[in-house]
Write a protein that binds this ligand. Structure first.
Ligand SMILES: *Cc1c(COP(=O)(O)O)cnc(C)c1O
Length: 381
């Protein structure tokens, strides 16, 4: 495809960083892991970081480390990737879906409030498309009801909250997760991270990242020799490789440049697509600075006289990729069968889903390509 909907940007220095590590003594967890974790702490301002094999592993680890009681419920956005909710289901927590705000497409705090029950223990807001969710209101609800908060910031490394501070600092949450999949705003191939300011949570996540096994002399119940280790919890193998961490370190140095370019492309699209009666350009909430993982206009396909599949096909015929983010998670067959959810549960997210179409957005996209995409979209009408 000439212009995909998303792709990574890798330079020679990224290649060199990976190659240097490949030629070093460490392939899996070595010195680059700790370096990348420290760099993520420095970038976000959070105290602790655990890097892992994927954003999904990061979510699972964070939820598991909270050790919430069986029968708990957690609330997340209907407009997200399935992993936000699956991370709760993995841990025996019932995922409950809140509806979204019709302007930001982010989780609506009023809908969260309406879905809190005595069993609710966890809120997992998602910073959709890179735009921070309403964390002040969400943190207030969490305080009022004694809930834990995990921010799913898979889209939002490089974004800033309304107070100007970086997403990932965990000022409003117990933990924040990132994904480093190639379409996200920073990549390690596959990878993820959990940020937290909670020392105990950090220790539990470190343990669970690697089978629940420790060799820390301070934690062992006995210490008969250098071979000895103990398993203190039922963990997983969620480690990141040193090659991936080296790539992440190299990419992190460019993140602010990537963010500026993404914002520039979004501003350009917004200008080029203004004034179409059948298309609504995305709106950035006052004060926030989104790193914009996705560019999602909403299109009234009925007014256009085209189905979305036909519109996507017409763009594809011109070499332009597009995608849909997201099919509301509560309408997925597994969620219907397992929890009895279905259409009508989150009407705003469902109405949004009928109209959303993600257009190409990545830092390497040129101004000419942006103009080509915008012209192709305009010509749908
Ligand atoms: C990509 C994504 C994830 C999962 O990240 P992976 O690295 O692909 O496991 C979780 N939540 C959201 C909102 C995502 O977009």
């Amino acid at each position: 495809m000439a212009i995909p909907y998303g792709r990574q940007w890798l330079d020679e220095d990224d290649e060199r960083a990976v190659l240097d590590t490949l030629r070093s003594d460490y392939l899996t967890q070595g010195p680059k892991i700790a370096e990348f974790e420290q760099a993520l702490c420095d970038y976000t301002g959070a105290r602790h970081c655990v890097v892992v094999a994927s954003g999904t592993a990061a979510l699972h680890l964070a939820v598991a480390a909270l050790a919430l009681p069986a029968g708990s419920e957690g609330i997340t956005s209907a407009n997200t990737f399935t992993a936000s909710a699956n991370s709760m289901a993995y841990c025996g927590i019932k995922p409950v879906f809140a509806d979204i705000d019709p302007i930001s497409y982010n989780i609506d705090p009023a809908s969260i409030a309406a879905r809190i029950t005595p069993a609710t223990r966890l809120l997992t807001p998602v910073h959709f498309a890179g735009q921070p969710a309403e964390m002040t209101a969400i943190a207030a609800l969490a305080r009022e009801h004694g809930l834990k908060v995990i921010e799913d910031a898979a889209h939002a490394i490089g974004s800033r909250y309304r107070d100007g501070s970086p997403v990932g600092n965990c000022r409003h949450s117990d933990a924040t997760i990132f994904s480093f999949h190639p379409v996200k705003t920073l990549t390690t191939g596959e990878g993820g991270a959990v940020m937290t300011n909670d020392e105990a949570l950090y220790r539990r996540m470190l343990l669970l990242r690697s089978h629940g096994i420790t060799k820390d002399p301070a934690l062992l119940t006995q210490n008969p020799g250098p071979w000895y280790y103990e398993m203190h919890g039922l963990g997983w193998h969620y480690r990141m490789t040193d090659m991936q961490a080296a790539l992440g370190l190299s990419q992190l140095k460019k993140l602010d440049r990537f963010a500026a370019r993404r914002r520039g492309i979004v501003a350009r699209y917004n200008r080029l697509l203004a004034g179409l009666p059948w298309l609504r350009t995305p709106v950035e909430a006052d004060g926030v600075t989104s790193c914009f993982h996705l560019y999602v206009p909403c299109i009234d396909f009925a007014a256009l006289g085209l189905t979305r599949a036909e519109a996507m096909q017409r763009l594809l015929a011109q070499g332009i990729g597009s995608q849909v983010h997201y099919i509301p998670v509560h309408t997925q067959p597994w969620y219907r069968e397992t929890y009895g959810y279905g259409p009508g549960d989150c009407p705003v997210a469902e109405a949004y889903y009928a109209q959303c179409l993600s257009l190409p957005l990545y830092p390497a996209l040129t101004d000419d390509e942006v103009a080509t995409v915008a012209a192709a979209v305009r010509s749908l009408g």
